[in-house]
Design a protein around this ligand. Structure first.
Ligand SMILES: N[C@@H](CCC(=O)N[C@@H](CS)C(=O)NCC(=O)O)C(=O)O
Length: 295
């Protein structure tokens, strides 16, 4: 199976893009995490040289692909049926243009506002260079929607690789409280509501250290995504389910939500669920919200 090497989920914006490219299209992959606390990503990737950054995909034939845009193109070539890029030629050309511009640019925004999914700042003031990047984003997002005739939440019709490339930008706009107009704001909200993005953020909050060199000295508020359902870890069952909703293995770790106890096969699966239960369809399928009367 393809191996995907990823950095710390809270901070690695390029890793988020790489993971979405697999996860959003259900492409089979084994994920391996490269911890960021050691700060020696290239050394940790030595076995996959010449890769030196995350994400890096190692395909079954041994091809090492360590640029997120190349991962998108490689997946599109290897899985043409998946629909990673739009089908319609004009929308596809636009999606490719936007992803390429994101891959190469927006350096002011990227350096002033490093992605940090652990924080939502309320007192950050963008400088002129960041405001110029935001204006450019609004321009190209609006252009994409007009050109492709998109009527839903995404830039070029259905969710495409272009949207995966802008997911970390949406996280920055949300996390730093950056000023954007209504249309761009709706696009940011679509990313914050996207279950794939919510799953990534939930995993980010429970695995990996809080790394001080990413922190910025601004006041903080609540994360502006959907309000999570309340779930609490507990030491023991019994649970309504005998097997883990994700692995099918016997349950050993538990949480309670809305008066019921649910089991998981390990602490990580329990904890990522507790952060944002509604982001996990396999878990929600166990709950009375989705199976009223079936248990
Ligand atoms: N152009 C690369 C950028 C990848 C990148 O810079 N990744 C960062 C993490 S978000 C990284 O690996 N940094 C570690 C380092 O540079 O040592 C891509 O598109 O994938």
């Amino acid at each position: 199976m393809t191996l995907l090497l990823l950095g710390d989920r809270a901070y690695s914006s390029w890793s988020l893009r790489g993971w979405l490219l697999f996860h959003r299209w259900n492409l089979p992959v084994t994920v391996q995490n490269v911890p960021f606390e050691h700060r020696d990503v290239a050394a940790q990737l030595a076995a996959y040289a010449p890769a030196r950054t995350v994400p890096t995909a190692v395909f079954e034939d041994g091809a090492v692909v360590s640029e997120s845009l190349a991962i998108a193109e490689e997946l599109a070539s290897r899985h043409p049926e998946a629909g990673i890029w739009p089908q319609a030629p004009k929308a596809r050309a636009t999606a490719r243009t936007l992803a390429a511009e994101m891959h190469a640019g927006f350096t002011a925004l990227r350096s002033a506002c490093p992605m940090n999914l652990r924080c939502a700042y309320t007192t950050f003031t963008p400088d002129d260079a960041v405001l110029a990047d935001l204006a450019r984003l609004e321009q190209i997002w609006s252009h994409a929607r007009k050109t492709s005739g998109a009527s839903g939440p995404w830039l070029c019709g259905d969710y495409s690789a272009a949207d995966a490339f802008f997911a970390p930008v949406a996280a920055r706009i949300a996390g730093y409280g950056l000023p954007v107009g209504e249309e761009a704001g709706a696009y940011v909200t679509a990313h914050l509501r996207d279950p794939a993005f919510r799953q990534w953020r939930a995993m980010a909050l429970v695995r990996g250290a809080d790394l001080p060199w990413y922190a910025r000295d601004h006041d903080q508020g609540r994360w502006p995504g959907p309000e999570p359902l309340v779930a609490t870890s507990r030491d023991h069952g019994p649970a309504v389910n005998d097997t883990c909703p994700y692995s099918g293995k016997p349950v050993s770790h538990f949480l309670t939500m809305e008066g019921e106890t649910y089991g998981f096969c390990n602490a990580f699966c329990r904890d990522k669920t507790a952060v944002d239960p509604a982001a996990w369809p396999a878990f929600m399928a166990l709950t009375p919200r989705q199976v009223a009367g079936l248990r």
